[in-house]
Design a binder for this molecule. Structure first.
Ligand code: SAM
Ligand code: SF4
Length: 336
């Protein structure tokens, strides 16, 4: 039975970790095909398997009521979902009333058209994925993407007053020689930069192992030019930040392979199919969609507590020849 107490009980997992951050994948679809993320001929989910925007909004309401303080909308590419902005506005109504922050992760191809509306919805910060500033490399990594559109999107976001963090997946043999220049560019532009280790999620038809670049190695390279010092700055996610000698830009490291931070993980993920995953790297999940469609929000409440019990101590990502993907799901389904 759902009582007022369960409906407002805080989200604490079996290891005592307080869950306060929800990432929502609003669609598995995307207008790019980044080699480390998706297969070239990606099979997307049929529409009836994907939560409607109304269903996503109802689940967001429930989670804010249960103590979620930060929501990140992601995907797939969130801005390709029709009427996405209605959802952002709807969730944005919780800001200052339970919700501290609403953010977005985007590839920025369509950001030029949406930056102002995001600000109006209450978004103040965006993470923008940009693995290279070279147009040919960009087309290679994204399998056909147009860098100019992304740069227009970034400029529009800046003009709209959004704080910007660039996410760059570190890829051996693809962009490793560009990391320092990306950091300097971010510094010039007033952005922060997070570097990400490629994670073994879903089959992409590409060889992730040969492009895997440990951030321990990248840090050594950067430190030959700039001293790095760990700082306490946090944005609620997995990035651990460093001050860079001589720069304003902060350097974030997302290093699930070489240095995971699972011990103080505060995140859960709602997939576009309505499944709650307590960990990006595990298959365990609870299906909210059927419960919601059959019994409404009240039927979902007990499942929240069931999900909390499933949160593992840590992911066990390993990358290497012959190891394959840790999950069949791609990052785009679970929400990066
Ligand atoms: N389409 C949006 C974008 O690219 O920003 C949002 C979704 S994307 C899945 C979110 C983040 O996950 C991006 O920064 C992307 O680079 C990262 N990502 C995707 N697949 C990854 C993988 N296998 N390993 C590490 N990062 C990955
Ligand atoms: Fe699309 Fe983002 Fe995945 Fe690239 S990383 S294919 S932009 S969802």
């Amino acid at each position: 039975m759902v009582t007022a107490a369960t409906a407002s009980a805080p989200l604490i997992d079996g290891l005592g970790r307080r869950i306060s951050y929800l990432r929502i994948s609003v669609t598995d679809r995307c207008d790019l095909r980044c080699r480390y993320c998706m297969a070239e001929r990606m099979q997307f989910l049929p529409k009836n398997q994907v939560l409607t925007l109304e269903e996503i909004a109802l689940l967001a309401d429930l989670f804010v009521q249960r103590g979620i303080r930060k929501i990140r909308l992601t995907g797939g590419e969130p801005l390709v979902r029709r009427d996405f902005m209605d959802l952002a506005r709807r969730i944005g109504r919780h800001l200052g009333n339970g919700l501290d922050e609403l953010t977005l992760t985007t590839n920025a191809t369509r950001l030029a058209d949406h930056a102002m509306a995001l600000v109006d919805a209450g978004v103040r910060r965006v993470n923008i994925s940009l693995d290279t500033r070279d147009p040919d490399r960009f087309a290679h990594v994204t399998r056909g993407g147009d860098l100019a559109a992304v740069l227009r999107g970034i400029e529009a976001a800046r003009c709209a007053g959004l704080a910007i963090k660039i996410n760059m997946v570190a890829l051996r043999g693809i962009n490793e020689d560009e990391i320092l220049s990306m950091l300097r560019w971010c510094d010039d532009q007033g952005f922060d930069l997070s570097l990400i280790e490629t994670m073994p999620l879903g089959d992409t038809g590409d060889d992730r192992t040969s492009h895997y670049l440990p951030l321990t190695h990248v840090v050594q390279q950067i430190e030959t030019r700039h001293r790095l010092a760990p700082i306490a700055h946090r944005t609620g996610g997995p990035s651990r930040y460093h001050a860079v000698d001589g720069m304003r830009a902060r350097l974030g490291l997302i290093s699930p392979l070489t240095n995971n931070f699972c011990a103080d993980c505060n995140r859960i993920r709602l997939t576009c199919e309505g499944k709650i995953f307590m960990c990006l790297g595990h298959e365990d999940h609870v299906d909210f969609k059927s419960a919601l469609r059959e019994g409404g929000v009240d039927a979902v409440q007990p499942l929240v507590d069931q999900a909390l019990r499933l949160k593992p101590a840590a992911h066990d990502f390993r990358i290497g020849a012959g190891l394959g993907a840790a999950t069949r799901r791609h990052m785009s389904v679970t929400g990066g």
